[in-house]
Design a protein around this ligand. Structure first.
Ligand code: SF4
Length: 377
């Protein structure tokens, strides 16, 4: 089984009102201490080969490029593949912080993929999301990545932003396509409890899009990106041939991964664990060599199989019963026959010879369909 490495860089230049991630506003002294803690945690782990490394956040490039390059060197030394082959190394970038020469530094450190947080090319929507970058800064970040020779360039876009219309969403998609990037992720905005957005929704519910309006935008993304040659290989992810994100594919394949940093999750040997989201607790434990506080649970038998189905259904290839039987010892049709039949009758699942997949209509209701498998387990 390939192993994925995730490293959480928890600081941001400012905090977006919809964000529910483990993140803090950047302060140099805390950021430096946090990096020391991360390195201490990484060096505790036995050296072993990993197929992918992903630096996410937070905003990784709140740290300067040489600092990130030094971190990547350490990660490669510990988790590089035998013989120094090609590990996919991704870094998430905030476009406004990408300086001249940064991408060159990342590429020299081994970065093969950058994921740029564009979110939207409409200035009003970008402000509504609490972001401060301009469309020109996204264009420039893409150009820097290309000029530096980064092999895969991805953009993140958000739909169902308050005030967004089919026309403005189409324009954002067209702008992303015109930049000729290799990969585009489109995420529907979710309002998480406890965020400033949740309070705004409480006060002004009409500013937020309803399910039908959101579905219309999702349909526009599927059609526009498909027509431009991007394969929808997962519910929210579209790639040109050869540019799928291997790191995320490993998650959807129920593969193993190790997460480093505050709030980071790992899945290894059937055990899923997640670190504390309390920054000081994490930093103190990592620096002192104590176990990192957090929670863990064992996923076994039917529960593990239910999770695996739920993840696989997110992907275009779907659940492949023969492989599933080999891996989990469970006959998908025997075990989940009634759920498959019910959703196939409703036109949400396609029950082919070699795979069970979401139909186009099923992709719009993916959470309901996937959840049904989990609760049936
Ligand atoms: S940049 Fe990302 S992690 Fe940071 S506050 Fe905004 S959404 Fe959250």
């Amino acid at each position: 089984m390939p192993l994925g490495i995730y490293v959480h860089l928890a600081f941001c230049p400012y905090i977006c009102p919809y964000c529910d991630f483990a993140k803090w506003p950047y302060r140099e002294s805390s950021a430096r201490r946090y990096l020391d803690a991360l390195v201490a945690e990484i060096e505790r782990e036995a050296p072993q080969p990993a197929a992918t490394i992903f630096l996410g956040g937070g905003t990784p490039n709140t740290h300067d490029a040489p600092t990130l390059a030094a971190l990547i060197e350490r990660l490669r030394a510990r988790f590089g593949p035998p013989g120094g082959g090609t590990t996919e190394i991704t870094i998430e970038l905030n476009p406004e912080l990408v300086g001249p020469g940064d991408c060159e530094t990342y590429r020299r450190a081994g970065v093969s993929r950058v994921s740029i947080g564009a979110q939207s090319f409409d200035a009003g929507e970008v402000r509504m999301l609490g972001r401060r970058h301009s469309a020109a800064e996204v264009d420039r970040a893409v150009r820097h990545a290309r000029d530096a020779g980064i092999g895969s360039v991805s953009l993140d876009l958000i739909f169902a932003v308050p005030g967004q219309t089919p026309r403005s969403w189409r324009a954002s998609l067209e702008h992303a396509i015109a930049l000729d990037v290799d990969h585009i992720s489109t995420y529907g905005l979710t309002v998480e409890a406890g965020t400033p957005y949740a309070a705004l929704q409480e006060r002004e519910p009409n500013r937020f899009l309803d399910d039908d309006a959101e579905a219309e935008l999702y349909g526009i993304a599927i059609d526009s990106l498909g027509a431009a040659g991007y394969e929808q290989y997962e519910i929210s992810n579209f790639a040109r041939p050869g540019h799928r994100c291997a790191h995320n594919e490993n998650y959807w394949d129920n593969g193993e991964y190790l997460g480093f940093g505050v709030g980071a999750a790992s899945y290894r040997g059937g055990e899923r664990s997640v670190h504390t989201r309390v920054l000081d607790e994490y930093v103190e434990a990592a620096l002192s060599g104590a176990p990192i506080p957090g929670e863990s649970e064992r996923l076994e038998g039917e529960r593990r199989a239910g999770e695996a189905i739920m993840l696989a259904l997110r992907t275009a290839q779907g659940v492949r019963p023969r492989l599933f039987k080999e891996r989990y010892g469970i006959d998908v049709f025997e075990r989940y026959g009634p759920v498959i039949a019910e959703y196939a009758r409703a036109g949400l699942l396609e029950n082919g010879e070699d795979a069970v997949r979401l139909t186009r209509r099923g992709r719009f209701l993916a959470n309901d369909v996937c959840g049904a498998f989990l609760s049936f387990a």
